[in-house]
Design a protein around this ligand. Structure first.
Ligand SMILES: [Zn+2]
Length: 229
C-alpha cells in the first residue's frame, strides 16, 4: 500500500487538475482520492471541499482513516474533506483491490443518470467498467451515508457506475486508471446520447460482450499496457 507522502500528494493534485483539463470536473463538483497509510493508520487521501484545483497545495489534501464507525471528525488536515468523503471510504472498504476513487458530475454521464438511463453494450468500450453495462445507483441525497452505501454497492462487481440525479463514481488500481475510467464513462455517455438520437440503439450481443470482457481482463493482467481502442 502507498504511504501518505509528498509524492502521493503531488500525484493526487495532478490527477485533480487533469479532471479540469479533461472537462469532467464541473464547478469544483469532482473529487478524487487515493488509498494510503499514514503512520499506523490505514486510510485514504482526498481532495478538500471548496478549493479550486488550480489553487490546491499539498497541505490542502485531507487524510481520512478507514476505521468504523466512519467519522468526519477523524480527518487529518487543515481543511474539511470533500462532502462525498464517505462514498470514497465505502468503496475502499468494499473493494480491497481498489487504490483510487474518482467522482464527477461530468455533463453527458450526469444527463443519463438524471434520466435513470444505464449505458448498455452499444460499444465494446463499455466493458472498460468491468461489465456489459454501466448501471445507475438509486438516488440518495448528496453527502449522506445512504449515498455512500448505494454508490459503493454498485462498485462491488464493476469499476464505475452512474448515480441517479447526481453523477459518476469510478475506481481503479491507480489514480491514473480511476481517472481514465471516469473520463471514458463520460466519453461513452456522450457517444450513447448521440446514438440514441439516431434511433433505437443497436447493441453488441451478450456472448460477444462476454468475450470482450474476457479480453479486457487479459489485458488487465499486463499492468504496463493500457487497453487500446
Ligand atoms: Zn457529487
Amino acid at each position: 500500500m502507498r504511504t501518505d507522502d509528498a509524492k502521493l500528494r503531488a500525484e493526487l493534485i495532478r490527477t485533480a487538475r487533469s479532471m479540469n483539463e479533461r472537462g469532467i470536473n464541473v464547478n469544483k463538483s469532482g473529487n478524487v482520492s487515493a488509498r494510503c497509510r499514514r503512520g499506523a493508520s490505514e486510510g485514504y487521501l482526498i481532495t478538500p471541499t471548496g478549493v479550486p484545483y488550480g489553487e490546491l497545495e499539498p497541505e490542502d489534501l485531507v487524510f481520512m482513516p478507514l476505521e468504523e464507525p466512519l467519522d468526519a471528525a477523524s480527518a487529518v488536515g487543515r481543511l474539511r474533506p470533500s462532502s462525498e468523503w464517505e462514498m470514497h471510504a465505502r468503496v475502499y472498504l468494499e473493494r480491497a483491490d481498489v487504490e483510487a476513487v474518482v467522482h464527477t458530475h461530468s455533463a453527458y454521464a450526469t444527463a443519463l443518470a438524471c434520466q435513470n438511463l444505464p449505458i448498455p453494450a452499444f460499444h465494446y468500450m463499455v466493458a472498460a467498467a468491468g461489465g456489459a453495462s454501466i448501471d445507475v445507483a438509486p438516488y440518495r441525497r448528496f453527502g449522506t451515508p445512504e449515498l455512500a452505501k448505494a454508490g459503493a454497492e454498485m462498485l462491488r462487481e464493476k469499476d464505475a457506475c452512474l448515480l441517479e440525479h447526481h453523477g459518476v463514481l469510478a475506481c481503479g488500481v491507480s489514480l491514473e486508471k480511476a481517472l481514465s475510467l471516469a473520463a471514458e464513462v463520460e466519453n461513452l455517455a456522450r457517444q450513447y446520447v448521440i446514438v440514441r438520437s439516431l434511433g433505437e440503439p443497436r447493441l453488441i450481443d451478450e456472448e460477444e460482450m462476454r468475450e470482450v470482457l474476457r479480453k479486457f481482463r487479459h489485458y488487465g493482467e499486463q499492468p504496463a499496457r493500457e487497453v487500446k481502442r
